[in-house]
Design a protein around this ligand. Structure first.
Ligand SMILES: CC(=O)N[C@H]1[C@@H](OP(=O)(O)OP(=O)(O)OC[C@H]2O[C@@H](n3ccc(=O)[nH]c3=O)[C@H](O)[C@@H]2O)O[C@H](CO)[C@@H](O)[C@@H]1O[C@H](C)C(=O)N[C@@H](C)C(=O)N[C@H](CCC(=O)O)C(=O)O
Ligand SMILES: Nc1ncnc2c1ncn2[C@@H]1O[C@H](COP(=O)(O)OP(=O)(O)OP(=O)(O)O)[C@@H](O)[C@H]1O
Ligand SMILES: N[C@H](CCC[C@H](N)C(=O)O)C(=O)O
Ligand SMILES: [Mg+2]
Length: 484
């Protein structure tokens, strides 16, 4: 592709001839090959501008960067230089151009919020598939093009990977794509330049303050998704969350609301919440669903509203929804012969953990609740004491253990968690860094009628300790001890 065409829609300054052919767009010097353009992005750890010489040595023919040409590299006589105000935004637009602007050729609905993104997009994917459409999914658990699975490394991939997958979807006739929009992705402009049919806001609560700094900044990050929507798009927000309406301010999109408690465009009423499923009144129709928990009522309502906004038949949508199961690793029950209720859930924020434990308390059996939980390393430290506090106040016994410690000392993470436990709950917890041993102990402690909750890792099939990922699956571990 000609560089000039690649830069269509990007505001830039350049004194060079931009008529040359480009092989590929890259933003990592380690991936640059002969004939590529290298986009230098300033990151959290290093500045891409410091890798321009490496990119040139690897054969790139053009550079896109924010700095003045004279301030960067010596051997610029060999390459074209294009100066932009924001490289990550330029990268978003260039990635779209390179892959033929796929987002304008299918309907993309992005879902943001602290909790419920994966659950919502997975349900949307399943629903639209069963409604007879060819569908794409970009999510934490996996990316999908109909039956094809493309492994996922992030909740929201980088701009090049997103557009590459969207282009593949277009070439395979996909009509709808449901994607998660993480707050990291929004502020890093990984989705910049995408044309969205709509965006959904599920909720916002404590998470990622390590990255965003303050809760206010975290809200602003989510809001940016809605600020960037065009007037042809829809914005659908949960107004039972007090930040729901904030998302709509400054948005040009057509605004819609959903709620279980407040006046809204799409409304549901909870009739019953049981281990077997939810009973809801949706659009004045009664429906039984195979999912548990008030939070799932919100997810179902959002899915139903999106289907309506995309002009699907509402009766057919409700019928299909009533047959769907939730996303894997989300309130997933592990069958066993020990008369125990065993649940694996991805709750890795204080809000999610509280919701899941509240649900178990409300709908679960009379027995004790035994919770196994940890907190990820290299992530928001302030959620650690909160999560331990919630786990201990809503459970009878808690085994505090490792999640993905990543580069951190597992023992120190547990010590930070313990600080949050209330005095009256101090007798409830045990610290055990080895997650396998912690799961084993939960099964040993459980008696007939008890509930075991293994929280935080859900669908994950690895554990990252000391920067090394090894195979680990909460469901496999739990099953092996329950079957022993
Ligand atoms: C904190 C964060 O989001 N980091 C992401 C970010 O990395 P970074 O800013 O640290 O990049 P950097 O290492 O400083 O490098 C800056 C630039 O120099 C370039 N570089 C670097 C080295 C080199 O030799 N040559 C070179 O060109 C890099 O390609 C990059 O363009 O940009 C990278 C490229 O897109 C991402 O892979 C990386 O995700 C890291 C691995 C990560 O763990 N991210 C998590 C926190 C994340 O994104 N999570 C959200 C979900 C959160 C949620 O809602 O729960 C997600 O969407 O997955
Ligand atoms: N709508 C919701 N509101 C609050 N909590 C929810 C909701 N839906 C799911 N949860 C809880 O949050 C956990 C994570 O849900 P899910 O994976 O759907 O969230 P996510 O937003 O995709 O998370 P991530 O940021 O890691 O991608 C679930 O396991 C469940 O405990
Ligand atoms: N998307 C979240 C997932 C956290 C899952 C938890 N198991 C952990 O590793 O901390 C994050 O990257 O913060
Ligand atoms: Mg997710």
């Amino acid at each position: 592709m000609i560089l000039n065409n690649l830069l269509k829609g990007v505001e830039f300054r350049s004194e060079d001839d931009l008529g040359l052919e480009i092989a590929k767009v890259q933003f990592d010097s380690r991936k640059v090959a002969e004939g590529d353009v290298f986009v230098a992005v300033n990151g959290l750890h290093v500045d891409g501008h410091d890798y321009i010489n490496k990119a040139i040595a690897a054969g790139c023919v053009a550079i896109v960067g924010e700095k003045e040409k004279g301030d960067i590299a010596e051997n610029f006589d060999k390459v074209i230089y294009v100066q932009v105000n924001d490289s990550s935004k330029a990268l978003g637009v260039m990635a779209s151009n390179y892959y033929g602007n796929p987002s304008s050729k299918l309907d993309i609905v992005a879902v943001t919020g602290t909790n419920g993104k994966t659950s919502t997009v997975t349900l949307l994917f399943q629903l639209f598939e069963k409604l007879g459409h060819s569908v794409g999914l970009l999510s934490t658990v996996e990316n999908r093009i109909n039956d094809e699975i493309i492994p996922s490394t992030h909740t929201t991939a980088d701009a090049l990977a997103i557009n590459e997958m969207l282009a593949k979807m277009v070439s395979e006739g996909v009509s709808h794509c449901f994607m998660e929009a993480s707050s990291h992705a929004i502020v890093q402009n990984r989705m910049f330049g995408l044309r969205l049919k709509g965006a959904v806001f599920t909720n916002i609560s404590h998470d990622h303050l390590d990255y965003h700094g303050t809760f206010k900044e975290y809200i602003s990050a989510k809001k940016l998704l809605f600020d960037r929507l065009g007037k042809e798009s829809f914005a659908l927000v949960n107004v039972d969350d007090k930040r729901g309406l904030v998302m709509l301010q400054n948005s040009k999109a057509k605004a819609y609301t959903y709620s279980l408690k407040n006046p809204s465009d799409f409304k549901a009423r909870l009739i019953a919440d049981t281990f077997e499923g939810l009973q809801l009144e949706l659009d004045r129709k009664e429906v039984w669903l195979r999912m548990t928990g008030l939070f799932n009522a919100y997810n179902i309502l959002a899915v139903y509203a999106v289907a309506s906004l995309l002009d699907e038949d509402s009766d057919e949508a409700l019928m299909i929804l009533s047959q769907l199961k939730g996303a894997e690793g989300r309130f997933e029950r592990i069958e066993n012969q020990k008369s125990l209720t065993a649940i694996v859930d991805y709750a890795h924020t204080p809000d999610a953990l509280g919701n899941v434990l509240d649900t178990i308390k409300k709908v679960g059996p009379e027995g004790k609740i035994i919770t196994v939980v940890g907190c990820g390393g290299d992530r928001d430290r302030t959620k650690r004491p909160e999560m331990a506090k919630i786990a201990c106040s809503l459970s009878d016994k808690v085994i505090l253990t490792s999640d993905n410690p990543r580069s951190e000392d597992p023992e120190l993470i547990l010590n930070e968690m313990v600080k949050g436990v209330r005095d009256e709950d101090l007798h409830k917890y045990i610290k055990l860094t080895d997650r396998r041993e912690a799961i084993k102990l939960s099964v040993m402690l459980a008696e007939k009628g008890d509930v075991i909750l293994i929280a935080g890792k859900g669908h994950e099939t690895y554990q990252e300790i000391n920067g090394i990922k090894s195979h680990f699956d909460d469901r496999e571990e739990l099953r092996s001890f329950l079957d022993a």
